[in-house]
Design a protein around this ligand. Structure first.
Ligand SMILES: [Zn+2]
Length: 478
């Protein structure tokens, strides 16, 4: 529902295999990964990314991002890979590459950049991770096997949606690259960028900006670019030196500032509350006009495909997910007919009508759960809760309280909520960022405004310059 994904905690169904890679033999084992395997792995993980984070629903932006990234990828050492370059609807500042071709950049990163050349340097760097096979080389055979096993296991798709798929594919996003890998990717990205005619000096600006982005902005979410890419400071210097050494007439290179900024006009900035947001433990979804109260103290997360809550002990899951364009009875029958799932009995009164208890066999043992399908605003939704079979009785009251809390969202302020958005202003006179903030107030602090414009609050912006401001939005609930 919304792109605020926390990696699924050690949930019941998640087959977390410890990394058993032997540093001495790892390399040799890893060279066994064929290009076909690499591509298949990346494709599956990219599918997980699209399902759990979600692509940005803006063709203009997708076309633009692809038009910058794909030519560099196709002129790389591995033009034959099935390259994709896409923007995901996530406010975290990040870009990442998956094995075999998929490159993603977040909406959060896009709103922090200021030119096409800056975007090219980010994408070129990520393309470098793929051409140099960095993530594949980090994977042990055991991890590779896990992808195959988990994804191909007997677990039903519906249950898997609540944990396994996300955790398996998205683990790839949590791989940290080593310094040497980063250096190599910077070097490769520089070459791709230059080959495509971009002003390579802009790479240093990107490192500066990303170095300024507070890590706290993405705390608890997917890893930010910073957490997977160490040493921005050193890389600013290296990028500068590299650009200075390149024997090119930089005045002929493309920066593409205006076209880049034009692409950002109207883009949501920060969290998009229309896709659902939490007020304390209540989940409000203005787009679909419903609300659901989760137990106090549970860890909640709002994914693209489901809203989830994990018990404090992480031994029980509650979730809500869209169930497709079919009537609730059909959806329930489909759910119960899946391999490994057996209906146990209709739930007692107190639960919504049509609620059933079920059992499922998993690699981690028997789980007991309760589920119901309901229609809301023409959409069929599934409420699902599960725990170890032996714990179901203990959690029954808690599950029932959440199930019966589902209802129409009527709060006018919640229904009217809108994300903050990027708006462009062309300056008619020179002014400092602080003066700009007084004349064209933004709903973000002046420091943050300066940061997304790639300048300092006291810097003077020249007349004629296009400047980003941020308008609208709501204060997130604490
Ligand atoms: Zn990197």
């Amino acid at each position: 529902m919304a792109p605020r994904l926390r990696v699924l905690l050690p949930l019941l169904l998640v087959a977390m295999t410890a990394c058993v890679r032997n540093p001495a033999t790892g390399k040799r084992m890893l060279s066994l990964v064929s290009q076909d395997e690499e591509i298949a792995l990346g494709k599956q993980a990219a599918q997980d990314v699209r399902q759990s984070i979600g692509l940005l629903d803006d063709k203009k932006v997708q076309d633009y991002v692809a038009s910058v990234g794909l030519p560099m990828a196709r002129n790389s050492e591995r033009p034959e890979l099935p390259w994709t370059v896409q923007a995901v609807d996530d406010p975290v500042v990040n870009a990442f590459a998956l094995p075999g071709g998929p490159v993603f950049v977040t909406r959060g990163l896009l709103t922090h950049l200021n030119s096409e050349a800056e975007l090219a340097s980010v994408l070129g760097h990520e393309i470098g991770h793929i051409t140099a096979r960095h993530s594949v080389e980090q994977l042990s055979q055991a991890q590779l096997a896990q992808f195959g096993l988990v994804l191909g296991s007997a677990l039903s798709e519906d249950i898997a949606k609540y944990g396994v798929l996300a955790a398996a594919g998205l683990q790839l996003l949590f791989l940290k690259y080593g310094r040497d890998d980063e250096r190599q990717s910077d070097e490769l990205g520089f070459r791709y960028m230059l080959g495509a005619g971009y002003d390579v000096r802009e790479a240093a600006d990107v490192f500066t900006t990303l170095g300024r982005v507070s890590e706290s902005a993405g705390a608890g979410g997917l890893p930010s670019w910073l957490s997977t890419h160490p040493d921005p400071g050193e890389r600013v210097e290296t990028a500068r030196a590299r650009a200075a050494k390149a024997n090119v007439d930089v005045s002929r290179l493309k920066q593409g500032r205006e076209e880049y900024l034009a692409m950002l006009q109207g883009m949501a900035y920060g969290e998009d509350p229309r896709q659902g947001f939490f007020r304390d433990n209540v989940f409000l979804h203005p787009g679909l006009r419903f609300q659901l109260t989760f137990p106090k103290g549970w860890k909640t997360q709002n994914q693209t495909q489901a809203v989830l809550a994990a018990s404090p002990r992480e031994d029980a899951i509650l979730g809500l997910a869209p169930a497709g364009d079919i009537p609730p009875e059909t959806a329930l029958r489909k759910f119960l007919s899946q391999q490994g799932i057996q209906p146990v009995s209709a739930a007692p009164t107190g639960y919504p009508p049509g609620t059933v208890y079920f059992q499922a066999r998993t690699e981690q043992g028997a789980i007991g759960g309760v589920t119901t399908f309901l229609t809301h605003g023409g959409t069929t939704l599934q409420l699902l809760a599960y725990t170890e079979a032996s714990r179901l009785q203990a959690y029954d009251d808690t599950f029932r309280a959440t199930f019966t809390s589902f209802g129409e969202l009527t709060d006018a302020s919640a229904l009217a909520v809108q994300p903050a958005r990027i708006e462009l202003v062309k300056l008619d006179a020179p002014m400092t960022v602080r003066q700009f903030q007084e004349r064209y107030p933004s709903t973000i602090p002046v420091e943050e405004l300066a940061l997304i414009n790639g300048v300092q609050p006291g810097d003077t912006l020249p007349a004629g310059q296009t400047v980003k401001r941020v308008t609208g939005g709501v204060k997130p609930s604490p």
